[in-house]
Design a protein around this ligand. Structure first.
Ligand code: ATP
Length: 229
């Protein structure tokens, strides 16, 4: 199933008193269930702008953007929020954990918006997820008592606890040392495989990009498919 379909997508901004700036230009991309995609680009190439579109945080200036077969511009903003919360998991470089809350409380947070069984079982589901990322023994720890790698694991557990169909990772290992970064990437891969989610990793790090199956390069807002190295 095609989760995301982008055809001839452009994103233009109008900075005050300046000519229009085209940040993304003619982007074509299909993301299927189970895909492992990396997008590599230099600073300023348009990666964050692309991520905002893929994550339904923004809409294209022109072109087609569909999520699960439906044009995103047909979604109301409430529907977009709902789809984003339910179907998309974001992993960022910054862990963005709530500092005064335990690991378990942080992971429970997205389940407060869940319905039915997921809501009523939220503590157990969050604990299982932390177990899965290797932190079953740190449920009650506050973020400042955890290492960077552990904090990223909590953030991953929180992003993926609702079982999203699409995982968007933006420089997920940017704040970690090499070895910790590799094990965090392995973890993201494992969870994506178990839950049959698609994974799109946006990075400037070729070693992280190499782990994917399909490789893309973003250069001055133009996305091209690259051969695996
Ligand atoms: N609202 C805006 N107004 C003006 N320029 C913008 C706006 N948003 C983005 N840009 C410019 O568009 C280009 C692409 O921005 P974007 O943030 O997508 O790049 P990036 O690849 O994510 O960069 P980085 O890796 O440094 O975060 C940059 O030159 C940026 O300055």
């Amino acid at each position: 199933m095609t989760l995301l379909h982008l055809a001839s997508v452009t994103r233009t901004v109008l900075p005050p008193d300046q000519p229009a700036l085209t940040i993304l230009n003619g982007v074509d991309l299909d993301v299927e269930e189970d895909d492992r995609i990396s997008v590599v680009g230099r600073s300023g190439s348009g990666k964050s702008t692309l991520l905002n579109l893929l994550g339904l945080l923004d809409t294209p200036t022109s072109g087609v953007l569909e999520f699960a077969g439906k044009p995103v511009k047909q979604y109301s903003s409430r529907e977009r929020d709902r789809v984003r919360g339910r179907e998309i998991g974001f992993v960022f470089q910054q862990f963005n954990l709530l500092p005064g809350r335990t690991a378990l409380e942080n992971v429970i947070m997205p389940l407060l918006y869940a319905e039915g069984r997921q809501f009523w079982r939220r503590r157990a589901i969050a604990a299982e997820m932390l177990e899965e990322v290797g932190l079953g023994h740190r449920l009650e720890s506050l973020p400042d008592r955890l290492s960077g790698g552990e904090q990223q694991r909590v953030a991953i557990a929180r992003s993926l606890v609702r079982g999203p169909r699409l995982i968007l990772a933006d420089e997920p290992t940017g704040a970690l040392d090499l070895d910790t970064g590799q094990s965090v990437m392995e973890l993201i891969d494992e969870v994506a495989t178990r839950t049959r989610a698609a994974l799109v990793v946006i990075t400037h790090d070729p070693a992280i990009a190499e782990r994917s199956r399909d490789h893309y390069r973003l250069d001055h807002g133009v996305l091209t498919r690259a051969e695996a190295s």
